[in-house]
Structure formats: C-alpha cells, structure tokens
Design a binder for this molecule. Structure first.
Ligand code: SF4
Ligand code: SF4
Length: 231
C-alpha cells in the first residue's frame, strides 16, 4: 500500500464510497459526464483499488478526475454500493493538497471556479449570486440573461424576490452571523486551507507562464482545449 493510497484511505469519502468493484460498468452507463467527456468512473475506481502510488499519482495529475459533475447518479446504481463520485471528490482534494491539480488544464480551472463559487458563498451565502454574475464571462447564457443582468433590481422585484433585502424571501441578505458560520465550516473542514493552496499555486503557475494573476484567471476561465470531449 502506497503513501498516496494511505492518505486517500483516511478520507471518509473513500471509506464510504469504495468497497469492491466488480467491473460491471453500471456507473459508466448511468454517468452523464461519461456521455460527453473522455471519462470512465469505473476505470478511476479500479485504479484507486490497485493501491498503487504510481498509478494514483498519474490520476491525481490527470484531466479525468475533474470531469465528474458530482451528480451522484452512480451512487444509486452500483450493485456493490460504491460511489465513484465520492471517490473522485477525495481524489480532487488530494490532488489540490499535493499541488498536482496544476498539472492539468481542468485542474487549473479550479482557480476560477473557487474564486467565483466559493467567493460567492463566503461573501453572500449563495454559490450563484446575481450581482457577481458577469454577462461578458457567460455570453452563452444569451440575450435574455444579458438584459436581466442590466435590469437586475427591476427583474427580481417583479419576480417577487427580496434581493439583498432584510427579512425572508428569495435572495435575501444573509445575516453576518450566518456568513461567519459558513466561514467557520470552511475553516474546520480544511476548505480554507485548500483554497489558500489553490491561490498560492495558481499565483506561482501564473508567474511561471509570465502572466499576472488576473491574466491567468482570464486564461483558465476562458480557454479550454478540444482534448476533453468524446469524439
Ligand atoms: S457500478 Fe460499482 S461495481 Fe460496477 S463498475 Fe461501477 S463502481 Fe464497479
Ligand atoms: S457523480 Fe460523477 S461519476 Fe457519478 S454519475 Fe455523476 S458525474 Fe458520473
């Protein structure tokens, strides 16, 4: 048993999500990510099962662990009660802790995801927060969304939401006390430390590439190779 496997084995998601795989392929058949990406949850589970550090290290540096959408459809179907999606979550955490995420394009994109989603959660209590949604970053969302972002307050008022308002209602202002609790959860679970690792190594990688951190952010947010999708 290798050191990387030892570290993985301490993760509760491996304890819960990896029993023994019989290679039936049911998880591949149900997996929406496998439909589009060059991705196979069964192969990932099998590699972890080998307990071989060389293979696990290659996995931690690869694109493939970032394709999963964490929908957990695999959890409902595996006849051995494995949960490939949870195994992949544990692999992603270890990939960041080891600094390996920086080796893959999809891994480097975690920097943009973290800044957007985790930033919104910690600052506003929502993973998607309308005021930080920039249409220029999501032109695929179309002209109606563009108009919505330009008329945010009117639109949400007409929809009956309570955007940034006190008291109850959709998109209400989350009290500071609750935001402090969220931050405490991030701290206790190790998420804050992991976010710091992503920030630090992304800044290093930006320097290596001769980019400012902002230019690096734009690059990882906007660029994606054609190698990821199924033919
Ligand atoms: S469904 Fe379960 S047993 Fe079948 S290949 Fe996937 S992980 Fe293995
Ligand atoms: S959790 Fe991941 S591996 Fe499982 S079905 Fe969803 S996308 Fe596929």
């Amino acid at each position: 048993m290798g050191k990387l496997f030892d570290r993985l084995a301490q993760d509760v998601r491996i304890k819960e999500g990896l029993k023994s795989c019989i290679n039936c392929g049911t998880c591949v058949a149900i997996c929406p990510a496998a439909e589009f990406y060059k991705y196979n949850p069964k192969t990932i589970v099998n590699i972890v099962q080998t307990r071989d550090d060389e293979q696990i290290e290659a996995l931690l540096k690869s694109e493939t662990i970032w394709y999963c959408g964490e929908c957990m459809s695999c959890m409902t179907r595996c006849p051995r009660k494995n949960v490939p999606g949870m195994v992949i979550m544990a692999l992603r955490s270890l990939s960041i802790d080891m600094g390996y995420f920086i080796e893959s394009e999809k891994g480097r994109q975690q920097f943009a995801l973290q800044r957007q989603l985790c930033g919104n959660i910690l600052n506003y209590g929502y993973c998607i927060y309308p005021r930080t949604f920039q249409f220029r970053e999501h032109p695929e969302s179309g002209p109606v969304m563009k108009w919505t972002t330009e008329n945010l307050d009117d639109v949400f008022k007409r929809l009956g939401a309570n955007l940034d308002g006190e008291g109850p209602g959709v998109l209400r202002k989350i009290p500071q006390e609750a935001l402090d609790e969220l931050k405490a959860i991030f701290d206790v679970t190790g998420a804050t430390e992991r976010m710091e690792t992503v920030e630090r190594l992304s800044a290093q990688k930006a320097e290596e590439m001769g980019l400012t951190v902002d230019e690096y952010y734009e690059k990882v947010f906007n660029e994606t190779g054609s190698c990821h999708l199924n033919d």
